[in-house]
Design a protein around this ligand. Structure first.
Ligand code: SF4
Ligand code: SF4
Length: 252
């Protein structure tokens, strides 16, 4: 199926976001005094997914650790967080940081993850943005615009290149808690004035024994807690709130 698209500049996609950033973009975002957060999830990992599979991208942008006796992969997403309008959004709905806006802003409404399929009805864009006489965005699920395709590749490459910096940042901040994957995110807010330092290469020590670092899962769901205890992973109950984004209601 073909999908056609042209931005109507309605500004809807620039509100109430947790906007995934590369580490360099996060530093720029914080320099302007804006909030940056870390969203963290993890999953048990006994096998390496096949090279080229959609699961492999998720695997490669995570780092290894342990939870009790269970080998896990920890995934850290750095986001710009804001409620209401983006701090760069102008009154006429144009982007006030157009030339330096984050890559995901340039990619939207296309998907970054190779596991995700673009569903227009799930996007903020109004029906007028998807008319058949607009430029072709996707043809049979494949990005039709070469420039957009390169942007998606660049965003994925930055995600992979940033893995060790994120691992180091967690270690230097003493962060070792993650949501169970696909249930939510453990959330850590970074004050803008520490972001540069947290991700500064020069402060980083070698990651000896990083794969043996102990992490704990946090969950708000009884079945997940029981499962984690059964496999002897380290776990803790948490409620939805400032430090946990849960996709499910608390049930513990
Ligand atoms: S940086 Fe610009 S394009 Fe991105 S969310 Fe903010 S206003 Fe929108
Ligand atoms: S919601 Fe869609 S149409 Fe509206 S500004 Fe964002 S990308 Fe453009």
């Amino acid at each position: 199926m073909d999908i056609h698209f042209d931005c109507t500049q309605c500004g809807r996609c620039c509100h109430n976001l947790k906007l995934p950033l590369s580490v360099d973009e996060a530093k720029r975002w914080a320099k302007n005094g804006h909030e940056v957060q870390l969203l963290i999830e993890a999953t048990p990992a006994y096998e390496v997914p096949e090279r080229g599979s959609p699961e492999r991208y998720r695997f490669d942008r995570s780092f290894p650790a342990m939870s009790g006796s269970v080998p896990i992969r920890v995934s850290v997403i750095v986001v710009a967080a804001f409620e209401g309008a983006c701090p760069h959004l102008l009154q006429d709905m144009r982007c006030g940081a157009y030339e330096t806006r984050p890559t995901v802003c340039r990619i939207y409404p296309a998907e970054v993850s190779p596991r995700a399929q673009l569903v227009p009805a799930q996007k903020a864009c109004p029906p007028g943005a998807w008319l058949p006489d607009q430029p072709l965005l996707l043809s049979d699920g494949v990005i039709a615009d070469n420039e957009l395709s390169l942007l998606i590749d660049a965003h994925r490459a930055a995600s992979l290149a940033d893995v060790e910096l994120k691992q180091q940042a967690c270690r230097s901040l003493g962060i070792a808690s993650a949501a169970f994957a696909n249930e939510g995110y453990a959330l850590f807010s970074l004050l803008p004035d520490i972001v540069d330092e947290v991700f500064a290469n020069r402060l980083l020590a070698p990651l000896e024994d990083a794969e043996a670092a102990q992490w704990q899962f946090v969950t708000n769901r009884q079945p997940t807690l029981i499962m984690l205890e059964t496999v002897e992973a380290t776990s803790k109950v948490i409620s939805r709130g400032d430090t946990y984004i849960g996709f499910f209601e608390d049930d513990i």
